[in-house]
Design a protein around this ligand. Structure first.
Ligand code: AMP
Length: 376
C-alpha cells in the first residue's frame, strides 16, 4: 500500500514524502490501519522492518497536539530510544508534537523539562520508573502505550520493570507490542496487559534467525579440548560459552586464557565495575570468547555474536533457546554447539524433543591437540 492510500493527515504525509517513503513496508501495511482503529496490536517483525514508523504514525495521528503526555514508548536500550525519538520527530515534523527521551546515565533535570512539554515520551524501563516514582512522569492521560522489542526487554531482564510501568498506566488505553520472537514471558505480558490483541506478523520463515545447532558427545574431562577444537576450527569472531555455575565460568576462563585464547569470564559474583570492564573488552573485540552464566548473560545487549557453546547443558529448553538466541541476530547466521557428557544427557533429551534440528557432530580428537599458529 502507498502512504497516500492510507488516511493520514497532510502533516504526516508531507513528512513521509520528505523521507522519500512511498510504499509501506509489510509490517506498516499490517499495523498502521489496525492501530489507527484503536486496536491492541502485537507486531511480530524483525529489526529493520520499518516497525518504528508502524507505531509512530498511529501515535502521531491519534494524539491531541495541544494536550499533555498521551503516548509512551518503552525501549530496551538508550540507543533504540534515541532512534525512536529521531524517527518520531522526523515524521511529526509538521505536527508540532514534541517527544521527550528518558534514559538513564544522564542527569534528570533536562528530562523533567522535556517531559513537561511533550505529548510523547520514549524511554528505558529503569529511568521511566525513576520518573514515575518522582512523579515527574504523569501517565494519567495516556492513550497509547508501545512496548518495543519485547524479546530484548526480556533478554535484558527488564520485563518485571515493564510490568511495574504497565500497572501505573490507565486501564483505558491502547497497547502495541513489537517483538522479533514471542517467548512465554512476553506472552504473559500480553495476556495480563493487552485487550483482545490482534497478532500481525511480517516475519517469513526465511527471515527467521538461522542458527545451525550441533551437539557433541564428550567426556566432561575432555570438554576443554572439544572447545579448543571448535575455536581453532571455526575461529569465531565473537563467541559466548555458557556454564551453569560461577565456579565453572571462572575455571574455564582461566584455562582458555592459559591456552592463549582471548577469553574472559563474566558471572554474578563479579562487581558491577568488573562486569562492565569485561563487557567493554568483549564489545571492542579485545576479548572474543566470553565465558558466562545465564544470569550474567541476561543483561547483555550485544550483536554480532557468531557462536554459542554450551559447556554445560542448561536445565530447560527455554534456557537453551535463550542462550542460542544470542547469536544470529538481525538476520545474520550463527552456530550453537552443545557439549554433552553422561550427566547432561537428561537435560539434553528434553531439549532435543523440542529441537529436532540438532545435528550430532564429532568432537574432534577431544584430546590434547597441538595448537598451530595464532588464534586470529
Ligand atoms: P526500523 O525497522 O523502524 O528501524 O526501520 C528501518 C529503516 O527503514 C529506517 O532507516 C527507516 O527510515 C526505513 N523505513 C521505514 N519505513 C520505510 C518505508 N515505508 N519505505 C522506506 N524506508 C522505510
Amino acid at each position: 500500500m502507498r502512504f497516500e492510500e492510507a488516511r493520514l493527515s497532510p502533516e504526516v504525509l508531507r513528512a513521509v514524502g520528505e523521507l522519500k517513503y512511498e510504499q509501506m513496508t509489510e509490517i506498516q501495511e499490517l499495523v498502521i490501519p489496525r492501530a489507527m482503529k484503536g486496536e491492541d496490536v502485537i507486531g511480530h517483525s524483525a529489526t529493520g522492518s520499518g516497525k518504528t514508523a508502524a507505531f509512530a504514525i498511529p501515535i502521531l495521528e491519534k494524539i491531541d497536539r495541544k494536550g499533555g503526555l498521551q503516548a509512551l514508548v518503552i525501549s530496551p536500550t538508550r540507543e533504540l530510544a534515541l532512534q525512536i525519538t529521531e524517527m518520531t520527530e522526523q515524521l511529526g515534523k509538521y505536527t508540532g508534537v514534541r517527544v521527550a527521551t528518558l534514559y538513564g546515565g544522564v542527569s534528570l533535570n533536562p528530562q523533567f523539562d522535556a517531559v513537561r512539554i511533550s505529548q510523547i515520551a520514549v524511554g528505558t524501563p529503569g529511568r521511566l520508573l525513576d520518573h514515575l516514582q518522582r512523579r515527574t512522569l504523569d501517565l494519567r492521560n495516556l492513550k497509547i502505550l508501545v512496548i518495543d522489542e519485547g524479546d530484548r526487554l526480556l533478554d535484558m531482564g527488564f520485563l518485571p520493570d515493564v510490568g511495574r510501568i504497565l500497572r501505573q498506566c490507565p486501564k483505558q488505553r491502547q497497547t502495541l507490542l513489537f517483538s522479533a520472537t514471542v517467548p512465554e514471558e512476553v506472552k504473559r505480558i500480553i495476556n495480563s496487559f493487552m485487550v483482545n490483541p490482534v497478532y500481525l506478523s511480517s516475519v517469513k520463515k526465511t527471515e527467521e534467525p538461522k542458527i545451525q545447532q550441533f551437539y557433541m558427545e564428550v567426556d566432561r574431562r575432555k570438554k576443554i579440548y572439544a572447545i579448543e577444537h571448535i575455536l581453532m576450527k571455526e575461529r569465531p569472531p565473537s563467541a559466548i560459552i555458557f556454564c551453569n555455575t560461577q565456579h565453572m565460568v571462572h575455571r574455564l576462563a582461566q584455562q582458555l586464557q592459559r591456552m592463549r585464547f582471548p577469553a574472559a569470564g563474566i558471572h554474578g559474583g563479579l562487581t558491577q565495575a568488573e562486569r562492565t570492564r569485561v563487557m567493554d573488552r568483549f564489545k571492542s573485540g579485545d576479548v572474543r570468547v566470553l565465558v558466562a552464566t545465564d544470569v550474567a548473560a541476561r543483561g547483555l545487549d550485544i550483536s554480532g555474536i557468531s557462536h554459542i557453546i554450551n559447556y554445560d547443558i542448561p536445565n530447560s529448553a527455554d534456557d537453551y533457546t535463550h542462550r542460542i538466541g544470542r547469536t544470529a541476530r538481525a538476520g545474520k547466521t550463527g552456530k550453537a554447539y552443545s557439549l554433552i557428557d553422561q550427566e547432561d544427557r537428561q537435560n539434553m533429551s528434553v531439549i532435543m524433543q523440542e529441537r529436532e534440528e540438532l545435528i550430532r557432530v564429532d568432537a574432534g580428537r577431544a584430546a590434547p591437540p597441538r595448537i598451530q599458529g595464532d588464534y586470529t
